[in-house]
Design a protein around this ligand. Structure first.
Ligand code: FES
Length: 72
C-alpha cells in the first residue's frame, strides 16, 4: 500500500481490490467535503495547501489527491 496522507481510511482499504481488477487513480473519485465549513471560500478551513476544497472540488480524482500536500 502506498503512502497517501489525505485519503480517508475506508478508501485506503478499498483501493487494493480495485487496483487488483485494474482500476487506476484517475478512475477513482474522492470527496473531501468533510473538511468544509463555510462553502463560500471565506473561512479557509478546507484548504489543503493552496487548494480550497470548497472552490476547487470537493470531488477530486485520486490522482489529484495524491498531488496535494501532506495535511494530516
Ligand atoms: S469551506 Fe470555507 S473556505 Fe472552503
Amino acid at each position: 500500500m502506498t503512502h497517501d496522507p489525505v485519503t480517508p481510511i475506508m478508501i485506503k482499504f478499498t483501493m487494493p481490490p480495485l487496483e487488483k481488477i485494474g482500476w487506476t487513480d484517475d478512475q477513482v473519485y474522492l470527496s473531501l467535503e468533510n473538511r468544509m465549513k463555510c462553502d463560500e471560500g471565506l473561512c479557509c478551513h478546507c484548504n489543503v495547501g493552496p487548494t480550497l476544497v470548497c472552490k476547487d472540488g470537493p470531488v477530486f480524482t485520486r490522482s489529484q489527491v495524491r498531488q496535494l500536500p501532506v495535511e494530516y
